[in-house]
Write a protein that binds this ligand. Structure first.
Ligand code: SF4
Length: 367
């Protein structure tokens, strides 16, 4: 067939060094990857692997597991071996778990400089161990655990303070000729967070891991993350993302996927183009949009489905979509690739759209 143009994006990616987190490349040569973190006790290997399998199925590229105790450290070799996606060990407070995680075969290790007190004098050893195994390190600076020295210098976790902390730690690794780093500077306030990443992006070429920390419950967290990540990704900043929600981690992956799809940084799958409804609507648009969305959400093909309440914009949008309905007078005109294929009564709109979607799916997957 005809060569298809890649969909437009808002900016070229910021040029970065490349690192390899297991099978996933992180940096400007690679697609922006999605991370999440397990909520199980890491020492409970079966539950953790079960949750990793769910995250993998939802489209997660990289998973992080907490490692607060020796039991957790002991579980890392099995988890790293059995996980379908690269596993990053998340270490606070205990430098010795960094070595355990590297030995366990974890794809990377996240350290929080503010929380690893005796970290500075052990950077050489960590760099050495990580270099021998090709294990990258994430320097994960967090507003809630900023280095006390910087906290007293800046008074609070300002963008400058977060960036200074990160670059200081990176320089300690660089002194040992270790550059397989990625960096995060998380804050719960999207404005501070965006500014911090912008500064960081200007001042280094390490790949960046984006996160709004403690973003909150689903609704607030989704919006804060979408706004903050969207602002940065629209300027080409950000190489891997983690949405933090006070909700099951699979939800984080779904939100992250939608953010990347919205910016054309990941191929779009199901996209429902539905109108908000108004006084002109002649069908129940909310119900139709929700039912169609629920029925088609697992479709593995790109599919744009228009669900429109009346004839004002209905036929236009329905014609632009792969599939659509424009409603009026208790009936729905069903469009496929711009052509009206049939007109059905209102109660048959949903099932007809689903039937047509399945037909399109079959045609595409047969080719
Ligand atoms: Fe209102 Fe019709 Fe527009 Fe839907 S398509 S918002 S019903 S004018």
């Amino acid at each position: 067939g005809l060569p298809t143009m890649p969909p437009p994006v808002l900016a070229q990616r910021r040029r970065t060094r490349q690192i390899q987190v297991g099978k996933i490349g992180v940096g400007s040569d690679h697609p922006v990857s999605i991370q999440s973190m397990t909520t199980t006790l890491t020492a409970d290997v079966n539950s953790t692997l079960q949750q990793i399998a769910e995250l993998t199925a939802a489209g997660c590229d990289i998973v992080r597991v907490a490692c607060p105790s020796q039991d957790d450290a002991d579980a890392l070799p099995m988890i790293a071996r059995k996980s379908q996606i690269p596993v990053i060990a998340d270490i606070h407070f205990q430098p010795r778990y960094v070595f355990a995680a590297i030995e366990a075969g974890c794809a990377a290790v996240r350290v929080n400089p503010g929380n690893i007190k005796k970290f500075d004098d052990r950077v050489g050893e960590i760099a050495q161990a990580a270099k021998e195994t090709g294990t990258p390190i994430r320097i994960g600076v967090n507003a809630g655990s900023l280095d006390e020295r910087l906290l007293s210098k800046y008074g609070k976790a300002t963008p400058e303070a977060l960036v200074e902390s990160a670059l200081w730690e990176a320089s300690l690794f660089a002194e040992h000729d270790f550059h397989d780093l990625k960096i995060s500077v998380k804050h719960n306030d999207p404005v501070v967070m965006v500014r911090a990443y912008e500064l960081l992006a200007e001042r280094c070429d390490y790949p960046l891991h984006l996160g709004v920390t403690e973003a909150g419950p689903m609704f607030q967290g989704t919006i804060k993350s979408a706004v903050a990540f969207g602002t940065l990704l629209a300027k080409g900043i950000g190489d891997t993302i983690r949405v933090s929600l006070s909700a099951p981690p699979v939800e984080e992956v779904k939100v992250a996927t939608q953010i990347l799809q919205s910016l054309n940084l990941r191929p779009r799958r199901l996209e429902i183009v539905s109108c908000p409804s108004c006084g002109r609507a002649q069908v129940d648009v909310y119900r139709l949009a929700n039912e169609v969305s629920a029925a088609l959400q697992d479709m593995e093909i790109p599919l744009r489905v228009a669900v429109m309440g009346c004839v004002v914009n209905g036929p236009g949008e329905a014609r632009e979509a792969d599939l659509g309905v424009a409603s009026g007078n208790g009936k729905g005109q069903i469009f496929v690739k711009g052509q009206v294929v049939k007109t059905v009564p209102e109660h048959m709109i949903v099932e007809t759209l689903i039937e047509e979607a399945m037909r399109i799916h079959e045609e595409i997957t047969e080719d």
